[in-house]
Design a protein around this ligand. Structure first.
Ligand code: GDP
Length: 450
């Protein structure tokens, strides 16, 4: 049986998708190691960061992917879908870094000819727009908003096919001229800027030329050959451009079901898995109903900082109203919960409805800023193992905690602490789709399957 899966975040990103993806790739190889595994990014840009910790005999090896799909750390074939904001500079750098550790990628990367290319002027336009906004969206200034504006505008989208062809210098000049007033107001001289970008990108374009593919057709060959396909979304459901917390979200469509249309694949052939961090976190601006001051130390002790920006993540109590809708929107088949270890030894209340004005509701409104969380009377607590308070650097505590985590994995799901098992049971009843995996550490393998 070939493994066909799509993995997405159910909150505001940083749920630990990369870790789960890493587990699922290992699973696919175990199911049938004779088949290839292709790992595909279907949307978003390098504003998302994905961290993987690989256990070795001497400690943990850390790998962070931004522009490259994080399957790069698992020696898979790699695909970049047409809805990705593809940053060629960062991509080449990451692939080069990964090569030294994870092997050569020659002939193993496919980038859709339709994929748009994210260039420096998108970042300049991002800063220009944020400066002009009265409501700051807390952009990472990676250029993602202007990039998707160009995609929607049509003529200012520089496709990957344009980028690697001889047309690139002329296309670039056209687009820079289109944005001339904004770029000049940000101190750019169009002639010099255009030349500067051409000089930077000429060697990169040459390097990437052979990766251009009609991805939807190539993926059909993987399907016919019975190969494994794993798709990963960046960010999380509540940052989706239409279904997130408008206007504090990102600019792409990131729900699982959006993946299939762009890749020419059928939802019917795939399992969709959602990743949920026990305590939701959020970077950037925007409402978060269960945000709680007393939980910020949980975040600090658990190293809750953005992998791309280093920004501190705000922490809230479990919000099942949020999760239930995310499960619905993504049509999730099963859920992985993460950071269950970081959540130990604390009494967790759970939000099961909101109060908006005088009304109680279990629905997520368009404007979440007035939603007050209503917590269920029952609370949950569990203890997995004795751990130091400061867990912000997984590499430092690995030696001490790896054997303790290993004991829990060996003991299996039925022997998890009673408080945690009750939490999972209640969660399953409320959300309507089952938790199928419990992550108890940052490293590959630190997962209890149900
Ligand atoms: P992603 O963008 O959703 O992949 O998430 P990030 O990579 O930004 O952040 C997830 C971080 O949490 C990474 O450093 C992971 O190693 C770590 N992580 C994931 N699952 C667990 C877990 O169960 N326990 C602990 N302690 N860390 C985890």
């Amino acid at each position: 049986m070939a493994v066909r899966e799509c993995i997405v975040g159910l909150e505001w990103g940083d749920e630990g998708k990369a870790k789960i993806v890493d587990e699922r790739i290992a699973h696919a190889k175990r199911v049938n190691g004779n088949k290839r595994v292709i790992f595909i990014r279907f949307q978003g840009g390098p504003n998302a960061g994905h961290t993987i910790y690989i256990p070795t005999e001497t400690g943990l090896k850390k790998f962070v992917a931004h522009a490259a799909p994080c399957g790069i750390a698992s020696n898979t074939d790699l695909g970049i879908g047409p809805s990705v904001a593809f940053d060629p500079e960062k991509f080449v750098k990451e692939v080069d870094e990964a090569k030294a550790t994870f092997g050569d990628y020659t002939g193993r990367i496919m980038i859709s000819e339709r994929t748009g290319v994210l260039l420096d002027y998108h970042r300049v336009l991002d800063m220009y727009q944020e400066q002009r906004r009265s409501h700051k969206v807390g952009t990472t200034a990676s250029g993602i908003g202007p990039f998707y504006m160009c995609n929607a505008e049509r003529t200012t989208r520089i496709t990957f096919a344009d980028y690697v062809s001889d047309k690139f210098p002329d296309r670039l000049r056209e687009v820079l001229d289109w944005f001339k007033p904004q770029l000049e107001s940000m101190g750019k001289n169009i002639d010099d800027y255009c030349q500067e970008l051409i000089t930077i990108h000429n060697p990169i374009r040459k390097n990437l030329k052979d990766f251009k593919e009609r991805l939807e057709y190539r993926l059909q060959e993987y399907i016919k050959g019975g190969h494994h396909i794993i798709i990963e979304g960046a960010q999380g459901t509540y940052l989706d451009v239409d279904m997130g917390t408008i206007p504090d979200q990102t600019s792409s469509h990131l729900l699982a079901q959006d993946a299939f249309s762009g890749l020419g694949l059928s939802r019917r052939d795939f399992k969709i898995y959602g990743v949920e961090k026990v305590y939701p976190t959020r970077v950037g601006n925007g409402p978060m109903p269960t945000l709680a001051e007393e939980l910020q130390e949980v975040g600090a002790n658990s190293g809750e900082k953005g992998a791309t920006t280093g920004r501190v993540r705000r922490v809230g109590y479990p919000d099942w109203v949020l999760i239930k809708r995310a499960v619905l929107l993504n049509d999730v088949d099963g859920i992985y919960i993460t950071r269950v270890d970081n959540a130990q030894d604390r009494n967790w209340k759970v939000c099961t409805q909101y109060k908006i004005g005088d009304c109680l509701t279990k629905e997520i409104p368009l404007d979440l800023s007035n939603a007050k969380p209503i917590y269920d009377a029952k609370t949950y607590e569990w203890h997995l193992f004795n751990a130091p308070k400061d867990l912000s650097d997984p590499e430092k505590v690995d030696k001490q905690l790896r054997p303790l985590r290993s004991n829990i994995i060996q003991a299996g799901f039925d022997n998890l602490p009673e408080g945690l098992l009750k939490y999972i049971k209640k969660h399953n009843n409320y959300v309507g789709r089952p938790i199928i995996g419990i992550s108890i550490g940052p490293a590959r393998g630190e997962l209890v399957s149900v």
